[in-house]
Design a protein. Structure first.
Length: 316
C-alpha cells in the first residue's frame, strides 16, 4: 500500500510517498481502506519535532481516518465488511489502517468521509472546550475560520453564547460572520485587543479559547473580563505564550490548558453522538478542503501558512 512517511523531523519536504506492507488486524481489530485522512496541527507538531510526545522514526503520521471496513478480526462483531466508518487512529496517512473495533464509529447516511474526519479530533475538541461555558456568556474564539474554530463558532451559537471570532484575512472574517459570529476581528491588526474591548463595551469577554500562541496568546489575557477564563488548547504559531500569575490576581482570572487525550472513552462517545446528531439535523456546517495524499507536503504547508479554512483532509 502507499503511505506518506517521514524518516526525519523537519519541514513539509520531509514527507516521502512509499510502498509499505498492509497491516494485519488482530482479533479485536478491523482493517479500514482509508478514503480520507484528517490533517491536524498535532500532525505538524509531530513532523517538526514540537509535539510533546515524540514519534519513533520512520513514521506514518495522521490521527484520523474515514473509510470502509475491508477485513475484521476473529473477535469482532457488529462491524461487517463494507461498513462505512471513522476512527481516531495513528498512521492514517496511508491507504489502509487497523483500528480497535471498540473505537470505530459507523458513519451515518448523509455524512461523507470528509465531514466524518472533522467530527473526530477537531469536532470533539470543539465540543469539549465548551462544556464548562454557561449559556449567555461572551466568548472569544481565535482562528475562528479554522478546523476547530469554525466548529466552535457554530457550537457556541447553538449553546446561546455571544461569539467574537478572530481570523487573519478579510476572506476568513467573512466566513466567520457566515458561521454565525456576532463580531469578527482581524487578529493580525495591532489594535485587535481594543476592538474586542470595544465590542464588549470595555468589559472584556468571559471566555477565551486560544490556540495561536506567542504574542496573540499573551495579549489575549488583556481582553478577559473579571472572573474570566482562558483555555489554551494549542500553539499554531509554534511559539509559547508567556503569562505571569500575578497578572490574574486583580480580576480573579483563570488560565488553564486542555487536551482531548484526557477525556474518558464514555465522554468521547457521548460527544461524538451529539456531533453526528447536529450534522444530520443540518445544525452544523462543515467546510472541507481536500488534497490528494501525494500532495501531503502542500497540505501541511497550506495549514502552516494559514491559507486554509475549515477541515483539511487528504484524499487517499
Amino acid at each position: 500500500m502507499k503511505a506518506a512517511r517521514i524518516h526525519q523531523l523537519g519541514g513539509p519536504e520531509v514527507f516521502q510517498l512509499e510502498e509499505v506492507e498492509i497491516p494485519v488486524p488482530q482479533p479485536h481489530e478491523v482493517l479500514i481502506r482509508v478514503a480520507v485522512a484528517g490533517v491536524n496541527y498535532a500532525d505538524i507538531g509531530q513532523r517538526n519535532g514540537r509535539y510533546p510526545i515524540p514519534v519513533p522514526l520512520p513514521a506514518i503520521l495522521g490521527l484520523e481516518a474515514a473509510g470502509t471496513v475491508t477485513q475484521i478480526g476473529d473477535a469482532v462483531q457488529n462491524l461487517p465488511v463494507g461498513s462505512r466508518v471513522m476512527a481516531v487512529v495513528p498512521n492514517s496517512y496511508a491507504q489502509y489502517v487497523v483500528a480497535d473495533a471498540a473505537k470505530v464509529i459507523p458513519i451515518p447516511n448523509g455524512i461523507d468521509f470528509g465531514q466524518a474526519t472533522a467530527l473526530l479530533v477537531q469536532g470533539l475538541t470543539a465540543l469539549a472546550l465548551l462544556q464548562d461555558v454557561p449559556t449567555g456568556s461572551t466568548i472569544l474564539v481565535h482562528a475562528a475560520a479554522g478546523g476547530v474554530g469554525s466548529l466552535l463558532v457554530q457550537l457556541a451559537k447553538l449553546k446561546g453564547l455571544h461569539v467574537i471570532g478572530t481570523a487573519s484575512t478579510s476572506e476568513k472574517l467573512e466566513t466567520v460572520k457566515q458561521l454565525g459570529a456576532d463580531t469578527a476581528i482581524n487578529y493580525t491588526r495591532e489594535d485587535w485587543v481594543n476592538q474586542v474591548l470595544d465590542a464588549t463595551n470595555g468589559r472584556g469577554v468571559d471566555w477565551v479559547l486560544e490556540m495561536v500562541g506567542g504574542e496573540i496568546g499573551k495579549r489575549s489575557a488583556e481582553v478577559l473580563a473579571r472572573n474570566g477564563t482562558m483555555i489554551v488548547y494549542g500553539s499554531a504559531s509554534g511559539q509559547p505564550s508567556m503569562f505571569a500569575g500575578q497578572q490574574l490576581i486583580f480580576k480573579s482570572q483563570t488560565i488553564r490548558g486542555y487536551s482531548l487525550y484526557n477525556e474518558s472513552p464514555q465522554k468521547l462517545a457521548a460527544y461524538t453522538h451529539q456531533l453526528v446528531q447536529y450534522v444530520t439535523e443540518g445544525k452544523l456546517q462543515i467546510n472541507v478542503q481536500s488534497f490528494p495524499l501525494e500532495k501531503v507536503a502542500e497540505a501541511h504547508q497550506a495549514v502552516e501558512s494559514r491559507k486554509t479554512q475549515g477541515k483539511v483532509v487528504l484524499a487517499v
